[in-house]
Design a protein around this ligand. Sequence first.
Ligand code: GLA
Length: 761
Amino acid sequence: MITSAGGWFFIETAKTSYILRIDETGHAEHIYYGSRIGRDPEEAECINGPRDVKIGDGTYQDEDNQFYFPSNIMSEYAAPGRGDTREAAIIAEYGNGLITLDPVYSSHSIYKGKKCTEAPAALSGEETETLELVLTDTAEDIAIRLFYTVYPEEDVILRSASIENGMDRPLTLRTVSSLQLDLPDAEWDLLTFDGAWARERNETRRRLSAGTASFGSTLGFTSSEHSSLFFLARPDADDRHGTAIGFGLIYSGNHLERIETSPFGKCRVLSSINQYGFSWELRKGESFSTPEAVMAFSSSGIDEASWSFHRFIKRYVSRGSWCGRERPVLLNSWEATYFDITEEKLLRFASKAAEAGMELFVLDDGWYGRRTDDTRGLGDWKVNTERIPHGLRWLSDRIHGMGLMFGIWVEPEMVSIDSELYERHPEWIIAIPGRKPAPGRHQYILDMSRSDVREYLMQSLSDVFSSGIDYVKWDCNRNMSDYFSSNPELRSCGELMHRYILGLYDLMAGLRERFPGILFEFCASGGNRYDMGMLSFMDQGWTSDNTDLLHRIAIQHGTLRGFPPYAMCNHVSASPNHQCLRISGLDDRFGLAAFGNLGYELDILALDEDGIETIRQQTEFYKAHRKTFQYGRFRHLPPDGGNLFWSIEGSDEIIVLEIQSRCDVNTGRHHRLVVPFAESGREYRIERREKHISPDALGDSCGKYEAMEKKPFRITVSGDILRSAGIALPVTFMGRGFYSGVRVMCDNSTDIFVITKLGRD
Ligand code: GLA
C-alpha cells in the first residue's frame, strides 16, 4: 500500500515500511526503511529528530536554513554541486562541464500497477502500486522521475529513475542510478558474490568502514567477477536471525554498486549502470530510463530476504509458457564429447539417457559450420552435415521417438575469426577502425546495437529453432573490448555497452515470441551472466562450468542467495571432476545437484549397469520430489559437527541435504538435525534416502560394507522436538568399523533426508 499526506509518503509491504518526505527545502528526504511501522507523519517526525545538528565547515542550504547540511541529509536521489559531497546518484553534464543539479519536488502520482511491464521490466500484479515522484532542477529544465513500485506479499520494493531533458542544449548522462538508499547508520556487513570463471558467486562478507566500498562489472556482462546482487546485514545477522536488506538489478550489462560510509556515520547505497565508458546524450524532449532495481528487507535473517527475491522472480520476472512448470531432467553432451561428435554417438547417448529416466537430450557445441574445435565456426548457424548427415530435423525426430525432448546449444552474439560470417561481414564486429581488436577464445563480438546483425541472427536462429528444437542453451563466451560501434544511430561510443544489451533483449524478445514453447537457458562461460535481466527473457540459467561437489557448495549457496532453485541448473558430472580432478561418489554429486534444476553431463556410455541403475533411481527420486526441489522454499539449517544442512520446503514435505566436506574420525557423536521452522502441533516423518556407495570409494573395506546389515532410517517426531531439540541422525562411519546402521559418509559427500509433514494434533 502507498499513501501520502502533507508531503509524507508511506510505502508498505506486508512486513516492511519505506518512508520519505518532501522536506522544508523541497528536497526528497529519506526517513526510514525497515520493519513495518505506522503511517502517522507526526510520529514519524521523531525518527530523525529536529534539524539542530551543525556540521563544522559544512555547506548549508541557504541563510534561512542554516541547520540544513546536504552532506548529512538522507536523500532519495543525490545530485552533486550543492553541498552533498557523497557519491551521487546522478552526474549529468549540461554544457561547459557543468554538473551541479538541485532537484526539488515538482509533483507526484500514486497509481495501481506500473507503467512499463515489458521485459526486462518486472510485471505487475493485483496488489502492485507505484509512487512516481517528479523532481525538477531549480535552475535548468531537467526532470528526474523516481519510481517506487510495491509488491506487498513478496516484501519487495522496486526502484528505477528516468531523466528528461527539457533544455535547448544537450544533457549528457555520465552516471545514473536505479536505486539510492540512505541509511541512518553504517553498522552493516556487506555481502557480495564474487569470483571468476568456474568459481562464480562465492560469498564475501566484510564490515563497512570509512569511505566507499564499490564493486561492479566492466566486462560488458553482469560477470562472474561481481554479481549485481548484494546484501547489507547487521553484524549479528545470519541466515536465520537479524536484519538484512537484499539488493539486485534487473539488468545484464555493466553495473556498479557503491556503498558509502559518510564521515557522519551514515550509509549510502547506490546501484547503477556502470559509469565506465558510459555516456548518454539527451537532446531536448528526450529521456533515459534506468534498469529496475529490487530491494527486500528482512528482520528475520538473510534467508528471508532471499525468499523475497525467489518469490518476486517467480511471479514478476520469469514469464512465458515455462513459468511455474516443472523443468525436465536433461543430459548435456559437452563434457562427454566436447567437440568430438557424430550422429551415431549422439543417438546412443540419447537412448541411454532415456533408459536412465532423463527427459531432454541437449546437443552442446560442435554441431554447426566448421566448428570442430573452438577456433572456428561461430556465426555459421547451419548444421555440419559431415557430422550430422541427416540434419537436425531428422535427429530431433529420432530423439523425440525415444520419448525425449531435444535441445541445442548456440552462441549467437559471437563470430569466430575463422568463419564464413566473418569473411562476409567483418564490419559487424565490435572493433575500432585502425586498431586490431582483441580476441577472446578465438572470437569477436557482433555489434548487437545494429539492426542488420539482429536481423541476420533472427533469421538464422529461427531456421535452427524450427528444426524440432524444444530447448536452447544460449551461450556467450568472451568479455567485451574495443568499444566502438559502426552503427550510425549511436551518438557516441559511450552508448554502445547499454545499446548492446538493449539489442540483445530485442533479439531475445523476438525469438521468444516466435518460439513460445521453447525452454531457454542462458549461459556465459558458465555463470558470467547470471542476472534478473536474463531471467526475464529466459527460463533458467547455467550456474557454472564447475560441477565439482566441494566447489559447487559455495557456488550454489551464493546463487540461491538471490535466485530461485528452478532457475539454477546443476549437472551431475564425471569423477574425477573435469575442473579440479576431485573424486566423489555418484550419489553424493546427485545430492547437491538435486537442490535446484537437475541435469547430467558425463559420458553415460562409459557407465556400467550399476551406474545406469543408480542414475535411474536418482531421476525417479528427483521426479517424485521435483516440485519441491525446483519451486520449494530454500533455507539453511543450523550446521552441526562441521557439516552443513540445507533444506527445501514444499507444501507437504521438507527435503534436507547434509553436506560433509571432511570425514572426521572417532568424534563420538551423532550429527544433529534441527529444523527451526518445524511447526508445533504437527508430526513429521523423517526418512533417509539410501545411497549407492561405489566400491572405488571403499577400496578394501567394500566387502565389510556389503556384509553389513543396512538399517533403513525412518522415524516420526513432533514438530516441537524437530524444532527445538533436533534429532540424532544415524551414526556416520568414523574409523570404528562397519556395523548395523552406520552411514558411509566420506570426504565430499552428501545425504538426503525426506521429511513428510503429517497431520496436526
Ligand atoms: C561454455 C559453456 C559450456 C559449454 C562450452 C561450449 O564454456 O559454459 O557449458 O557449452 O561453452 O563451447
